[in-house]
Design a protein. Sequence first.
Length: 374
Amino acid sequence: MTERLEDAPPDPKGISGNAELVARLNELRTWAGTPSLRRLRSLAGPSDTLPPATVSDILTGKRLARLPRLEFVEAFVLACLRARDYDEAELAAWTRAWRALANAEQSPVPAEAAPPAPAARWWARRATRVAFALLCLCVLPGAQAAPVLADVTHTGPVTWWKLDDGAGTTAEDATGSGVSGVLSGGVAWTPTELGPAVEFDGSGRVSTDRRVVATENGFSVTAWVRLTATGDWATAVSARGGGFDSFLLGYNGDADAWSFAAPHKDDGDVISAALSGTPPRKGRWTHLGGVYSAVTRQLALYVDGAAVGTSELPAGMRGATGAFDVGRAVHRGRHISGWRGEIRDVRLFDRPISRTELRAITDEALPPAKKISG
C-alpha cells in the first residue's frame, strides 16, 4: 500500500455519512490539482461512470437524496489519483469506506418529522449534510431571499402551448404567432382532471423547428406537470443552446427536488440550479415557474405560485440557439432526462414575469376554493 506521506491523498477511513463522503471527494479533487469536470471524465476512462450531472452535484456540494454509486466513487477517485500520477492501489481504501457506509446507512437522508418552515431553516438544519461548493453554483432553497420582481402588468407570452389539441401531431400556439410544436416519439393526447394534456413515456417530445426567445436577455417559463416516476432526472421544458440546453425546468433526481437550472456558458457540464425545499409528490399535478433576470443573473423557481429557490449564473445565461422542447433535455447533442407523466399549459415569456402574473397563471387551472391570488 502507498505510504501516507505529506503529499498523500485524503484518507477516506472513518467517513460517517453521505455528506462527509461528498466533502472528502471534494478534498481529493483539491489534492489532485482541482481538475475540471471534463478532465475528470477523461482520466476516468472510456466508460460513462462519471455522468456530468452527478459530478456537478458532487463538486457543488448539492444535497443528494442517496449515496453515490460505488462505480461512480471508484471512477472519481481513480481520476483524481491519475491526475497526480499516484499509486492506484489507494483506490482500495475508498472502496472499503464506501462499503462500510452503505452497510451502516439505512437511508442517505434521514426523514424529518415535518416539513420545515420557512425554507431558510430547512437549509440551516441540513448544512452539516452538504459539502460547501467548490465551483459556484447551486443555491438551495432558503439560501437567498425571494427574487425581486415587480408586481406590474405586462404583455402576454410569446408562445403558449395549451397542449389541449387532443388529436394529430401538432401542438398549436395559442398566441397566434404560429410557433407550433411537433409531437414525436412516445407521446399521446390524454384527458386529465385539469383538462386535456400530453402524456410522455420518457422517449417522446414536443418541439419547435426554431428558437423561440433570446433567453440570455431574460425570460420566464411556466408549465403544469404531473410526474409519474421519480429517481431519475426528468425535464419538462428546455431550450437548446448548442450541444447543451440554455435552461431546464423539471425534476432533479439526485436532489429529489423540482429544479430550474442552466448550464454555464463557459462549461456546459456545470450547472446552476434553483431547487425546491421539499420532494415532489409523484402523481400530483404541480405548477412550475422559472424566471431568469439578465440584470441580476438570477434564476428563480416557483412551485404552485410560491417562490421556493434561487441561484445565480456567474457569467449570465447561455443563449438559446435552437428548438424549444417539452419532455426532454439535451447534453452534448444527446437526448436525455425524458419526462414520464403528463404536461399541459406551457407558456414562454420574453421577460421576467411578476409574482402577480405567475400566481394568476397558476390560479387559472384551479377551482375557486384553491386559488392563491387575492
